[in-house]
Design a binder for this molecule. Structure first.
Ligand code: NAD
Ligand code: GLY
Length: 378
C-alpha cells in the first residue's frame, strides 16, 4: 500500500552524525527519493534475508531505480544464524565481489538480525561505508535500527563483536508490519512497553489502553507507538551514545533476566528476544517489589498488561515445554557471563515504580535466587 502522506520525523541528535528516523506508511516505495540527497554516490547494495527479500526487495530496488540510484541485492538466510562469524565472512566477500567503493551505501532491509549484521558490515567494509536502516519488524522499528549498536555473535555469546556505528537514515515503513507473524509483532511490543516502564508512566498508561488494538493492526496506534518509542530512544542515545553514563543502560530493562532465559533456551525459536525481554521486565519489577523498592501493585500491573496482550510470562510456558528443567543457579551463572556484568557483579535495571527505572549493581543474591525459584515453580 502506498501513501504519500508526510511521515513522522524524529531526529537523533548526535554532533556531526545526526540523522532522521522517518515513520509512516508507504516508505519503502519512497526510499530512493528520501535517501538520494544523503547518498555519497548513486549506488547502494540492499542486504536482506530470504524471508523479507521476496516480500519487499523488488519494491525497494524499484524506488532506488526511480531516483536514479543503482541498487543490487545480497540475501542472507533468515534467522539469528546469519549473525555468526562464518555468515558475516560470506556476506563481506559477497559485498566485495560487487566491487564497492567508499561511496557505496549499504541498505539493511529486515529485522534486527539484518540490521545488526549490515550495520557491522558497513562499519568495517573498506574501513567504513554509509548505511541506511529499513527495519521490517516492530522490534527493529522501535529499537534495534536506532542508536547504532551493530554486531555479530560468537561462541562466547551474543553481540560480543561489533561497533557503535550510526546509520545515515532510518525508514520505518509501518505497512510492512502487515506481513509480520503475530508472534514477532508481540515480541516487538515488549520493547514498546519498555519505554513506558523506563521513564514515561503516561506512555505505559497509553499502552494499557491501546496495546491490544495496536497488536490487532490499528495503523494509527502502531504509528503512534513507533514514533513515541523512537523519540524515547533518540533522546537516550543522544545523551549517552556509548552507554557510559547509566542512561542508555536503562534500555536494558528486562535484559539481565531475559538474556539468561535466552541463553538457557539456546537463543532459538523457543524464546524470541522480545519475549525474553517481556518476561525479564516482569521479573525485574517483581524483584524491585521484593526488595522494597517498588510498590507491589506496580509490579502486578506490569505482569497483568504484558500477560493480557499475550506475552508468555510463565517460565514453564516457554517453548510449550512444561518439562524444561529450569535451574536458578544456572540462570544466575548466565547472568554473570552477561557482558553487562562488571567484575562478576550482576547488573540489573530495577524500578522504583512504573517509569522509575534505575541501574543497580548490588542486588542481594539470596533474594534473586528465591525470586527465580518461585518463578520456576509458578
Ligand atoms: P529477526 O531479524 O530475526 O526477524 C524475525 C523474523 O521475522 C525473521 O524470520 C525475519 O525474516 C522475519 N521478518 C522480518 N520482517 C518481516 C516482515 N515485515 N514480514 C514477514 N516476516 C518478516 O528478529 P528481530 O526480532 O527483528 O531482531 C532480533 C535481533 O535484533 C537479535 O539479533 C538481537 O540481538 C538484535 N537486537 C539489536 C538491538 C540493537 O540495538 N542493535 C536491539 C535489540 C535487538
Ligand atoms: N537495545 C539497547 C540499546 O540500544 O542500547
Amino acid at each position: 500500500m502506498t501513501n504519500a502522506a508526510s511521515p513522522r520525523r524524529i531526529r537523533v541528535d548526535l554532533a556531526g552524525r545526526a540523522y532522521d528516523i522517518l515513520v509512516g506508511p508507504g516508505l519503502i516505495d519512497r526510499a530512493g527519493e528520501l535517501s538520494r540527497p544523503l547518498l555519497a554516490a548513486p549506488k547502494v547494495v540492499i542486504v536482506s534475508d530470504d524471508t523479507v527479500a521476496p516480500l519487499y526487495a523488488d519494491r525497494l530496488a524499484a524506488s532506488f531505480a526511480a531516483a536514479g540510484v543503482a541498487a543490487s541485492l545480497a540475501t542472507v538466510p533468515a534467522g539469528e544464524g546469519s549473525k555468526d562469524f562464518a555468515a558475516f565472512g560470506r556476506l563481506m566477500n559477497e559485498l566485495l565481489d560487487r566491487r564497492p567503493d567508499r561511496r557505496t551505501t549499504l541498505v539493511a532491509l529486515g529485522g534486527g538480525v539484518v540490521g545488526d549484521l549490515t550495520g557491522f558490515a558497513a562499519a568495517v567494509l573498506l574501513r567504513g561505508v554509509d548505511f541506511i536502516q529499513v527495519p521490517t519488524t516492530l522490534l527493529a522499528q522501535v529499537d534495534s535500527s536506532v542508536g547504532g549498536k551493530t554486531g555479530i555473535n560468537t561462541r562466547h555469546g551474543k553481540n560480543l563483536v561489533g561497533a557503535f556505528y550510526q546509520p545515515r537514515l532510518v525508514l520505518a515503513d509501518t505497512d510492512v508490519l502487515d506481513t509480520l507473524p503475530r508472534r514477532e509483532l508481540l515480541a516487538g511490543y515488549a520493547e514498546v512497553a519498555k519505554y513506558g516502564l523506563i521513564d514515561d508512566p503516561g506512555f505505559f498508561d497509553w499502552c494499557e489502553a491501546n496495546g491490544t488494538a495496536l497488536l490487532a493492526g490499528d495503523a494509527a496506534r502502531r504509528t503512534h507507538a513507533i514514533e513515541q518509542s523512537c523519540l524515547a530512544k533518540a533522546r537516550i542515545v543522544a545523551a549517552d551514545e556509548r552507554e557510559t553514563a547509566d542512561l542508555r543502560a536503562l534500555l536494558n530493562l528486562g535484559h539481565t533476566f531475559g538474556h539468561a532465559l535466552e541463553a538457557e533456551t539456546g537463543f532459538g525459536a523457543d524464546l524470541l528476544h522480545g519475549e525474553a525481554v517481556g518476561t525479564g521486565m516482569a521479573l525485574a519489577f517483581d524483584l524491585s517489589a521484593r526488595l522494597g523498592l517498588c510498590p507491589p501493585a506496580d509490579a502486578e500491573r506490569v505482569r497483568l498488561h504484558l500477560g493480557d496482550v499475550g506475552l508468555p510470562l510463565r517460565l514453564r510456558a516457554i517453548g510449550g515445554d512444561n518439562r524444561r528443567a529450569w535451574d536458578s543457579g544456572r540462570l544466575i551463572d548466565h547472568m554473570r557471563g552477561d557482558k553487562k556484568a562488571e567484575d562478576g557483579r550482576l547488573t540489573f535495571v530495577l524500578a522504583r515504580g512504573i517509569g522509575g527505572a534505575f541501574v543497580s549493581r548490588d542486588v542481594d543474591e539470596a533474594t534473586l535466587r528465591r525470586l527465580l525459584d518461585d518463578a520456576i515453580a509458578a
